[in-house]
Design a protein around this ligand. Sequence first.
Ligand code: MN
Length: 430
Amino acid sequence: MTDLKIASDVVAQENDRRATALKSDYEALGSTLARRGVDIEAVTKKVSEFFVAVPSWGVGTGGTRFARFPGSGEPRGIFDKLDDCSVINQLTQATPTVSLHIPWDKMDARELKAKGDSLGLGFDAMNSNTFSDAPGQAHSYKYGSLSHVDAATRAQAVEHNIECIEIGKALGSKALTVWIGDGSNFPGQSNFTKAFERYLASMADVYKALPDDWRIFSEHKMYEPAFYSTIVQDWGTNYLIAQTLGPKAFCLVDLGHHAPNTNIEMIVARLIQFEKLGGFHFNDSKYGDDDLDAGAIEPYRLFLVFNELVDAEYRSVKGFHPAHMIDQSHNVTDPIESLISSANEIRRAYAQALIVDRKALSGYQDTNDALMASETLKRAYRADVEPILAEARRRAGGAIDPVATYRASGYRKKVSAERPASAAGSGGII
Ligand SMILES: [Mn+2]
């Protein structure tokens, strides 16, 4: 019996108020799509089978390097975080797994697994942390971790990643995501080549500890916390890593980890073509690694990324199963609301990409009809697919309007009374 954090009758009441309108909107959209040769039921089925993992660190209020303004009822530890994650999944039915961060979420693996089971949650990729020092660790990561000049510091970082794999094995996870803060702040501070050689050797040691049915994801980021250079600065270096390490190594694309205006969808296409796309950290950005809610700033870009993913599905690309994870920092919103909204935006981009007329698009591409090729994408993007998303949620037992239902439930008020305010918390940005 799943422990539901929002009373079922609240969801039922909220859905009852919206059921008639949804039925009407769904039928109308069904007719529109049918005229385009698209079967709405097929799209709804695919959307309801699309899931995205929620990051444990995302349910705490984030912050900037200037300050953090805690919200009320913030999770006190991983159990509270899992409770909050279960609310997001209960209402969206789109986020059945959680991506953990070690050591922030470190805890007896059996207890974690039992808690996840009780909430109906599974565990997605594990995330290691060698970008900050854990209390009591022997060697500091101030000047790097997997690429550090000191062998003992590198060994400690390797050991930590192996520990993350061990915890993940007990939880049913099948992947390790490695993002490091290593890099330099001044020209000349670090020898690019030697540092990358040390990084590759360390990653090879981690790779050796990876079970056969696991994948390891390296995540590139052009700057921050190091401001002059990072070890894994872009997708080219990331591809070299995955290629060097072996068949279980893949590239993770965090949408915010690129220069403004970078053609991310094209990076995605390249990684798919060469079978090294491991997965995503979804978020949105305006200027840098802003970690804003998915689809908040550039929903068309999110759609174009999904257009590449659906194109790969359409072409039945071998071994194509990217991991979908959210990686955001919520500074001014209730994190649960932001994550609900983001999960829906990600599904929206997927649904829009599913209704692209791929045969027509291919024809326009082959005849150099640039205008109509672009229009074919825009036509799918302009469709309001909300009735599909809402119907997928309703059929799975979720909420037709998840944010409104969350607000009606009074969950935040309830946990605010139970959870004393804390100044710390581990809302992080990776
Ligand atoms: Mn990330």
